[in-house]
Design a binder for this molecule. Structure first.
Ligand SMILES: O=c1ccn([C@H]2C[C@H](O)[C@@H](COP(=O)(O)OP(=O)(O)OP(=O)(O)O)O2)c(=O)[nH]1
Ligand SMILES: [Mg+2]
Length: 150
């Protein structure tokens, strides 16, 4: 089943020339996000930066967007998203920003309109948590963290 949603996208004031998030192939999961920075941004090894995209979204409840790294930037330059996957809440109307970190050994320069990350939309189920005195039993029980072997 293909779920289908409309998501509103807004270029924020001063960002009329930014690129909108773009799927680079027809069936790509992610929309690539572009750096809406004035000049270049250089990340020293170990440094992080909150990079603006110049856009904001209004998506319907029951949807979220995840901000994920681009594997090419990670492989070639050691650039990833520190808080991956970043969570964009359906009720967030602020600028989408990408928290990049340079985990490589060399400084890396990000240019304006470079593709820095990707945004994947996900359906979020509606959950009502019910507090109880005791949980239902399972075979696994409390076993975890390698409990079933290596
Ligand atoms: O990579 C990200 C992660 C988050 N956000 C925005 C959208 C999201 O809805 C909001 C809050 O994110 P999150 O819940 O992860 O951060 P928090 O530290 O819990 O902040 P808050 O108290 O505002 O929820 O920040 C981004 O723009 N980029
Ligand atoms: Mg939060």
């Amino acid at each position: 089943m293909i779920l289908s949603y409309f998501v509103q996208i807004l270029k924020l004031p001063g960002n009329e020339n930014v690129n909108l998030p773009r799927k680079m192939s027809e069936q790509a999961s992610g929309y690539d996000l572009f750096a809406a920075i004035e000049g270049d941004l250089t990340l020293a090894p170990g440094a992080r930066a909150l990079v603006p995209t110049g856009i904001a979204l209004a998506m319907p409840g029951g949807l979220e967007a995840q901000i994920r790294p681009r594997s090419g930037l990670a492989l070639k330059h050691g650039i990833t998203c520190l808080n991956t996957p970043g969570t964009i809440d359906a009720d967030y109307r602020g600028e989408i920003k990408v928290l990049l970190i340079n985990l490589g050994q060399e400084p890396v320069t990000i240019a304006r309109n470079e593709r820095i990350a990707q945004m994947v939309f996900q359906a979020v189920p509606s959950v009502t948590m019910v507090e109880v005195e005791e949980l239902t039993d399972t075979e696994r029980g409390a076993g975890g963290f390698g409990h079933t072997g290596k």
